[in-house]
Write a protein that binds this ligand. Structure first.
Ligand code: KIV
Length: 272
């Protein structure tokens, strides 16, 4: 029997076991995460995490492609999905398809993600019909907010809950292979996840989603500008980095570094 393609293999995880997803923006991070993730997302959160911007709106397609290429160089088994940044897809289905094509052609990634439900149905359909896999993103849509202070949890009213259900249905009909559900009230998130025919991936949503995603730098305790409630820190690297920088600073100033072992000698060169 021929091997399943990576996107079908990802979809087949639904109902089998929980699906593990993390963001990756660089080659070394991709190398560290790839063996332990079903999906690595080159998320536009890199605008804030890597570039120190106030929101995710000002990152462009070329930057996403550059980081996508870096991640793909180290990818061995995980599915790699790249965010279409704000301004690269919303105008029309044609614009969405052209941007998705550029991303896939230039990076070799497996799919793209874009934000929005009913309003983006035709855009998603255009990309899916061309054979490019799309991951949807509903609920809290960071590209719609000028800053994290404007991030709004959704599903608080009956109207919002119905809208989330409609968004999920519209994306599924358009052909997405999976949907990220961000920042949704329980039990609305649970209900949407239960109704979702493709893998639902939660972030600040329900444990009943088929899988979970976090921004890697958040869960490593490396990014302090904004820590949402839904983050669990699985490490606290920021204090370790600070301690290492202080130790290096002291070693350089005191002359304790470099030592003889760190220097090159003619005898070493002759041995190689
Ligand atoms: O950009 C991103 O990192 C994301 C995740 C938070 C899902 O969209």
């Amino acid at each position: 029997m021929p091997d399943q393609d990576p996107v079908s293999a990802f979809r087949a995880l639904k109902g089998q076991r929980k699906i593990v997803c993390l963001t990756a923006y660089t080659a070394p991070m991709a190398a560290a995460l790839d063996p332990h993730c079903d999906l690595m997302l080159v998320g536009d959160s890199l605008a804030m995490v890597v570039y120190g911007m106030d929101n995710t709106r000002d990152i462009d397609l070329d930057t996403m492609i550059r980081h996508g290429k870096a991640v793909m160089r180290q990818r061995e088994k995980a599915l790699v999905v790249i965010d279409l940044p704000a301004g690269s897809y919303e105008d029309s289905p044609q614009q969405a398809l052209a941007s998705a094509r550029r991303v896939i052609d230039q990076t070799g990634a497996h799919g793209v993600k874009l934000e929005g439900g009913v309003a983006m149905q035709a855009h998603v359909q255009a990309i899916c019909s061309s054979g490019i896999p799309v991951m949807g993103h509903i609920g809290l849509l960071p590209q719609h907010a000028a800053s994290v202070k404007k991030f709004r949890i959704t599903g608080k009213t009956d109207e919002e809950a119905s809208q989330l259900m409609r968004d999920c249905e519209a994306l599924a009909e358009a052909g997405v292979f999976s949907i990220v559900m961000e920042g949704m009230i329980e039990p609305v998130a649970s209900a949407v996840a239960a109704a979702c025919p493709v893998p639902s991936i939660g972030i600040g949503a329900s444990p009943n989603c088929d899988g979970q995603i976090l921004v890697t730098e958040d869960m490593l305790g490396m990014f302090h500008a904004y820590i949402p409630k839904f983050v669990r820190k699985f490490a606290t690297l920021q204090p370790d980095i600070t301690a290492a920088a202080i130790a290096y600073q002291q070693a350089v100033i005191s002359g304790d570094f470099p030592e003889a072992d760190h220097l090159y000698y003619l005898e070493d060169e002759k041995k190689t």
